[in-house]
Ligand binder design. Structure first.
Ligand SMILES: Nc1ncnc2c1ncn2[C@@H]1O[C@H](COP(=O)(O)OP(=O)(O)OP(=O)(O)O)[C@@H](O)[C@H]1O
Length: 300
């Protein structure tokens, strides 16, 4: 897969505050790359630099082979941006806004369809929209130009759980059309569901880039398998396995802890010995656990 965004050694400071220290990133065509990290990590500065909205102090950025600052005009036609705090005139109605924005692009999406799939009402003026509706309108505006790349900053912040799920479906539909997406998010569930890869940013630097599953493996968080065997089982059968770090009994339950493959290892032993595992429960490491492990901070 070819790269559509290349960021090399990006650096940006505001006065004495270093917002982005040294960020290098590659975004591949057609993927959803998540940008994850604690508050103030430099995520927005990074994606806004990619969109040509901030001027980096050092480093280079190429988006579809273009320079976001020098080639802003041609890039704008191919890049949709949803920002954290977009502002529009209070009296402009939803439909007017979408129609106006769609007129800026040579090959726009069907704005009426976007409006209805995001649950927006045509005649409501911007100033009367709730926070969640403003959020949905900003998503529509990012997509109305039919972009090849969409940059979405805090896509679903402020949306209720149902609207969040609807938005995820919409984004999956956008991805299915081959659009590349850069998604800044605080929500682990969102990253786990939507992102092909996640760039973890902390204190202005990229800690790691990996798939959500790869991140949980990198964090080397132990997994736990718990079950009640249908007949007595010799714990040594599990203890000898390379995937297993400990075996504990609690009443009738056996609790086996180990690496990411511990479930497979345990079920293989049980099957070989014709033991059925009742009340089987697996506690798997989530992206949330990996995030905490790798950044030392808690996500949402
Ligand atoms: N225009 C600005 N002027 C001064 N400082 C800024 C400006 N924009 C961002 N900063 C600071 O730079 C750092 C990185 O900010 P940035 O918004 O890029 O982080 P972020 O990871 O997107 O944070 P959040 O998750 O809170 O949105 C923060 O300490 C922030 O306070």
């Amino acid at each position: 897969m070819s790269a559509v965004i290349e960021v090399r050694n990006l650096h940006k400071r505001y006065g004495s505050k270093v917002a982005v220290d040294d960020v290098s990133l590659t975004v591949r065509e057609g993927e959803i790359l998540g940008v994850l990290g604690p508050n103030g990590a430099g995520k927005s500065t990074t994606v806004e630099s990619i969109a040509g909205l901030r001027t980096p102090d050092r480093g280079s950025i190429r988006v579809l082979g273009l320079d976001p600052l020098r080639d802003r005009a041609s890039l704008t036609r191919q890049l949709g941006v949803q920002l954290q705090d977009g502002q529009l005139p209070a009296r402009l109605k939803v439909a007017e806004t979408l129609e106006l924005y769609s007129s800026f692009y040579p090959n726009p999406a069907d704005w009426r369809e976007l409006m209805s799939s995001l649950g927006l009402t045509a005649k409501v003026p911007y100033g009367k929209l709730s926070g969640g509706q403003k959020q949905r309108l900003s998503i529509a505006l990012a997509l109305v130009g039919n972009p090849r790349i969409a940059i979405l900053d805090e896509l679903t912040t402020g949306l209720d759980p149902q609207a969040r799920r609807d938005t995820w479906e919409l984004i999956e539909g956008v991805r299915a059309r081959g659009v590349t997406i850069v998604l800044v998010t605080h929500f682990m569930e969102e990253a786990e569901r939507l992102c092909d890869r996640v760039a973890l940013i902390d204190a202005g630097r990229v800690v790691t880039v990996d798939t959500p599953v790869g991140l949980t493996e990198q964090a080397r968080i132990e997994q736990r398998v718990q079950f009640r065997p249908t007949r007595p089982v010799d714990e040594a059968l599990f203890r000898g396995l390379p995937e297993v770090s400990s075996v504990v009994r609690r009443g009738e339950l056996v609790i086996v802890t180990g690496d990411a493959n511990v479930l497979n290892a345990v079920t293989a032993v049980l099957a070989r010995n014709q033991i059925v595992a009742e009340r089987l429960r697996v506690e798997q490491a989530s992206l949330e656990d990996a995030y905490v492990e790798l950044t030392g901070k808690r996500g949402k």
